[in-house]
Every structure is written in C-alpha cells, then in structure tokens.
Design a protein around this ligand. Structure first.
Ligand SMILES: NC(=O)c1ccc[n+]([C@@H]2O[C@H](COP(=O)([O-])OP(=O)(O)OC[C@H]3O[C@@H](n4cnc5c(N)ncnc54)[C@H](OP(=O)(O)O)[C@@H]3O)[C@@H](O)[C@H]2O)c1
Length: 435
C-alpha cells in the first residue's frame, strides 16, 4: 500500500473527536478505499488536560496549531476549531501558503473567506475541501459539484439548520411557543447557549451562500443573502399553517436569472409555509435536507443529519479519502478566476403566495385599514383568519391572511402603506408558501 496521508487535527471538540473515532474504528476499511492509510500525526486544542473520550497518546500535541502548517511530516491540516476569523483563518491561510492541503468543517470561514482561500489553494496546487461545512453529514457539496455537474442548476433550496428545524418541529408537536422550545433545545444540546446564529438564520445563510456559488458558478457573496430567522414565529402561526395544510420550515433558497448583465443571484433564508405533501415538510428534528433542481437530472433530494459528531466527522473523513486518492477539483467547482460576479436579484418581481400575520390593536376599523392597504397595493387576499385574543380584553389580536399568487413587491408596498400605523402593535410577519 502507498504511503500514509499524514494529517494534523486542529480542534478536538465534537467534530475533532468524531474524526479520531471514525479513523480509529474504520481505519482498515478507509485505507482500502483510499488506497493508503490516513494517519493522524499531531493534534491541538485549547486545553490539553480535557478528557475527550478518545485516546490521544499516539499523536504529537502541538501547543500552537499554526505549527502544523510548517511541519514536514504533515500533508493535510484539518481545521475543526470554528469561527470565521481568528486562529482558524490564520491557520487556513498559513496551511495553504505553505503548500499543504486543508480540510475544514467551518462554514463561517468559507462563507466569508472562501474566495481568498480557494484562490490560495489553486495557486499552491493543493486541495481545499469543506464537505462538512454544508449540511453536516449530507454530501451536498459532492452532490452539486460532482453528481449534478452535468446540469445547469435551476434552483437550490433546503433545510440548512438543524437547530431551527428541531425547534419548529417541536413547536408543531407540542403547541408550545418559541421561547419555551428554545429553552428545552438548549437543555438537550440541540441549541447553543447563544443561539443567535442559528435562530436568526445566519448559519443557514453561510451554507446557502456556499451552495449558491457551487450551483451557479458565481463568486461567493454571503453579504447579499437576505436573511431572517424563526424567533418571531408563534404557536398561533404553526397552528394556522397546520389548518391550511402547511408546516413552517426555515428554508434557504437560491436561484439565478440571467441577462446581458450576467447572473442576478437571489439568495434568501427565511421561514416559509411548506405544503405537507412537499419533500421538505417531512424532515423533523435536527434533520437537514437539500433539493437540487437541474435541467437534465430533474429534482434531487439529499436528506440526513446536518450536524453531530458522527455525521460531521463522516463528511470530514470523506474529504480526506478524496485527497488520499489524489482527487483535487477546484474548491468552488470552477477555477476561482472563472467564477462570475453576480448582482443581487430584486425580489419585487418574484411571484408567490404569502402568509401575512398582523398583530393589531383590538378596536373597530383596524381590519378595514389593513384590507384597504392591501387593496391599494393590489394584493389579493385568498383567505383571512382572525385569531381569538391571546390574552385579556384589550390585548392585541392576531390577524393572518394568505394572499393569491402575486409579486412580492405588492406585499412590500402594502406593508409600507401600513408602516407606522397605530393599528399595528408589532411588525407584520410575512412567510412565503412553498407547495
Ligand atoms: N458540531 C457540529 O455538529 C458541526 C457540524 C457541522 C460543522 N461544524 C463546524 O465544525 C467546527 C468545529 O465544531 P465543533 O462543534 O467540533 O466545535 P467545538 O466542540 O466547540 O470544538 C472546538 C475545538 O476547537 C478548540 N479551540 C477553540 N478555540 C481555540 C483556540 N483559540 N486555540 C486552540 N483551540 C481552540 C477547542 O479546544 P478545547 O476543547 O480545548 O476547548 C475545541 O477542541 C466549526 O467550524 C463548526 O461550525 C460543526
């Protein structure tokens, strides 16, 4: 058998310890598949004394992870520290500049610095792989970059954050409100102590921007993702969606329309009403799912665990196996110089049905004011539901409606007309329908 692929592991947390487990438990099988053994040479984390449930005695401990980038006995550095900048980025830069391959699960770093890192990897002629960064164990990067490589991609969308999917499906099952379910999710380890990145859609936006670049051959543009999360969703919205035949899911969606100016890239992460018979209504709990629509393959659905020790480590090791086999495609699907700039698409002309929930003062004339604004903006209402009062008399009332299919710009105009109205006690919540 050929020489080992020698790796250094920076980060020994959930994913790092998982990688050691996978390589230890399946080492022989992996060596046969890769054509050579994958050997851990050195490791690093913050706290050397921490018990990580894996045996580290056979590996060198480096106090400074940046030393990996210059060690002669390391072929590939595996970055599992996290954070878009800081030590992870410094290590990534130094590793690629030093002519070593890099494997990472770090979506924040790839979303923010993927262009620079891809260029550095290509210049050095070394692999940069990040399968685990997008939807954990699901081979979404491979699915797009290899499985669907023959296709013009029309649209890519999916459930890209397990924490949000867990919270939404728990709200669905229990009738509980967001705050209570979030607390349970934190106690059970499904949500971070600071859940902001997950529940406000930022984590899903990181992944979506990476998928969009791979799908449409455009330069990574995380800043252009239109991003909202799930913290405004109430039990009443879930119940209303249910009666209408829908569930609520946080969906990341990207597509591209072309004209003489090039690609107008639409990238949005937002909660949506998904019809109960749609493929994306099925995944419950922390599951992720990615739908790829290609002009020849049609619709592909990739579904599985979007996070967790085993699934994420499985994706990291799959990247290492590719490198051991000598597979080194351009990190973003095309050589970085061939990736096209895009302009953010104007959503005003997109046509869809929308669920709009108003929270209004309980007094006469309020409904008339809302319907007048919708009429003036040429939004046509398909159904209107006025919820009972959530609390005592005088408490705000929820009024929800579903619109007929129409341009998003009209809904935006109606909301502009209502902005500042004393009738509304909080900002309206708009969710698009996917059926
Ligand atoms: N967890 C998942 O399910 C999952 C899924 C997909 C992608 N990812 C990505 O994988 C990466 C790692 O995630 P994780 O869940 O394994 O994180 P984690 O459990 O928090 O582990 C992070 C590791 O990095 C080490 N570390 C942090 N800051 C450091 C520093 N300044 N210097 C040296 N070591 C440092 C920590 O050391 P100590 O242990 O000594 O504190 C720890 O071993 C992140 O980019 C994450 O987004 C995670």
């Amino acid at each position: 058998m050929a020489d080992s692929l020698r790796i250094a592991l920076a980060g020994l947390g959930t994913v790092g310890a998982g990688v050691i487990r996978v390589l230890t438990e399946n080492g022989d099988l992996i060596a046969r598949r890769a054509g050579r053994p994958i050997e851990i040479v050195a490791v690093n984390a913050r706290d050397r004394s921490k018990d990580r449930g894996v045996d580290l005695s056979g590996y060198d401990w480096e106090d400074d992870m940046s030393a990996f980038a210059t060690r002669d006995d390391v072929d590939v550095v595996v970055e599992l520290v996290g954070g878009s900048d800081g030590p992870a980025l410094a290590l990534a830069r130094k590793t690629l500049a030093g002519g070593k391959g890099l494997v990472t699960a770090n979506k924040a770093m790839i979303a923010h610095h993927g262009m620079e890192l891809a260029e550095a990897a290509e210049q050095a002629g070394v692999p940069l792989r990040y399968e685990a960064a997008v939807a954990g164990g699901i081979p979404a990067v491979k699915g797009l970059g290899e499985g669907a490589a023959a296709n013009r991609i029309e649209r890519i969308y999916g459930i890209l954050n397990g924490t949000c999917n867990y919270i939404l499906s728990q709200m669905e099952g229990s009738g509980a409100d967001f705050g209570d379910v979030l607390k349970d999710a934190q106690e059970l380890g499904y949500a971070e102590a600071d859940p902001t990145f997950d529940v406000e859609g930022v984590d899903a936006a990181h992944k979506l921007s990476i998928l969009a670049s791979l799908a449409f051959g455009t330069r990574l543009d995380f800043d252009a993702v239109d991003c909202s999360g799930i913290s405004a969703i109430r039990a009443a919205d879930i119940a209303q969606a249910d009666q209408l035949g829908f569930v609520i899911r946080l969906i990341g969606l990207a597509d591209c329309t072309y004209d003489e100016m090039g690609c107008h890239l639409f990238q949005r992460v937002a909660p949506c009403l998904v019809a109960k018979d749609h493929a994306l209504a099925g995944p419950k709990g922390p599951t992720n799912a990615v739908v790829i629509e290609g002009d020849h393959v049609g619709q592909l659905l990739l579904q599985g665990a979007g996070a967790g020790m085993g699934p994420t480590a499985s994706a990291v090791v799959a990247d290492l196996i590719d490198i051991a086999r000598g597979f080194n495609p351009p990190p973003l699907g095309l050589p970085a110089t061939m990736l096209q700039p895009s302009t953010p698409a104007d959503p005003a002309g997109r046509h869809n049905r929308a669920y709009i929930r108003f929270t209004v003062a309980d007094r006469p004339g309020v409904l008339a004011e809302i319907t007048a604004a919708l009429r003036d903006a040429e939004v046509s209402i398909e159904s209107l539901i006025q919820h009972g009062k959530p609390g005592e008399d005088g408490e705000p009332v929820l009024v929800a409606m579903v619109t007929h299919e129409g341009p998003e710009g009209s809904v935006a105009k109606a909301l502009d007309l209502l902005a500042g109205s004393p009738a509304l006690t909080e900002a309206p919540l708009v969710m698009r329908l996917i059926d």
